[in-house]
Design a protein around this ligand. Structure first.
Ligand code: PLP
Length: 281
């Protein structure tokens, strides 16, 4: 945190930190597999993009930041897990406009292990989702910590016995999941995901999976789809740093196909594993 390695329980932000008070803050999540960072360059590129969108300065240069991420993984002895990174505009007397003058961003990095067996089980047997209205702001392409709509949607999903909520725009089209990008394999066998715009986060895993699918000569279309189309689709799945091509086996309580992960989803899991550049260094 801000250049120091602290014990988890000792790391704290100022009460007037703008991240805490105003959500004036952005973040990234990068997966650690076998001690190495997956898709690191993509996550750092998006970090820089989010910072630029909010006129936030990069608190440290990219190369030293990469070293800090590795040191954090080492000190926490993480083999499989995630590195979480957040940058806020820092502590200032509370006032909405961005403060003029010297920047003093708060930099926070944490690392934690996750249950690899449970993650593998999700990849193998799939997850259930529900559909909810998309109640977020209009700049969903910036990865800010203003996550209340996702908190509400994902809580509703959990209470319904599901793992994710697909958010639906005012025209009835799925934007993305609360913390994942949304995909289907339509009735013709075409891989479909919503095109990039301000409506969705440009998922790093989405980009890797899209490239892998095109390399493998799959038919891919970046277009919008509805929940009804997803229900009639051959397959559906989710992508995010914590799970590439996680099969969706039920939507709003209705089984997808035979309720088992589809062949294209399983193939994309394998293609992602080959492409994402995991492993320690
Ligand atoms: N969409 C949203 C709203 C997210 O919060 C996330 C990840 O947190 C994603 C998509 C997936 O992005 P990525 O693949 O970069 O993890």
């Amino acid at each position: 945190m801000n250049g120091r390695y602290l014990r988890h329980g000792e790391a704290a932000v100022h009460v007037e930190d703008r991240g805490l008070q105003l959500g004036d803050s952005i973040y990234e999540v990068c997966r650690v597999e076998a001690g190495g960072l997956l898709d690191e360059a993509g996550h750092l590129d998006r970090l820089e993009r989010s910072l630029a969108a909010l006129e936030l300065p990069m608190p440290m240069a990219r190369e030293p930041l990469r070293l800090v991420m590795r040191e954090l993984i080492r000190r926490n002895r993480i083999r499989d897990g995630i590195v979480y990174l957040q940058i806020t505009r820092g502590p200032f007397r509370r006032d909405h406009p961005m403060p003029e003058g010297a920047a003093k961003p708060t930099l926070i990095l944490t690392a934690r292990a996750y249950d690899r067996a449970a993650a593998m089980a999700r990849m193998a047997s799939g997850v259930k989702i529900i559909a909810r209205p998309d109640e977020r702001w209009a700049r969903r392409d910036i990865k800010t910590t203003q996550l209340l709509p996702a908190v509400l949607a994902k809580t509703a999903a959990k209470r319904a016995g599901a793992n994710e909520a697909w958010l639906v725009d005012d025209d009835g089209f799925v934007t993305e999941g609360g913390s994942t990008n949304a995909w289907i394999v339509d009735a013709k066998g075409t891989l479909v995901t919503r095109p990039l715009s301000r409506d969705i986060l440009p998922g790093v895993t989405r980009a890797v999976v899209l490239a892998a699918a095109r390399d493998a000569q799959m038919t891919v279309e970046e277009r919008k789809f509805t929940v009804a189309e997803a229900l009639a689709a051959r397959e559906a799945f989710l992508t995010s740093a914590s799970g590439a091509a996680v099969p969706v086996v039920a939507i709003d309580g209705a089984a997808m196909g035979d309720g088992r992960p589809g062949p294209l989803t399983l193939r994309l899991q394998a293609l992602y594993a080959a492409k994402s550049g995991g492993g320690g260094d």
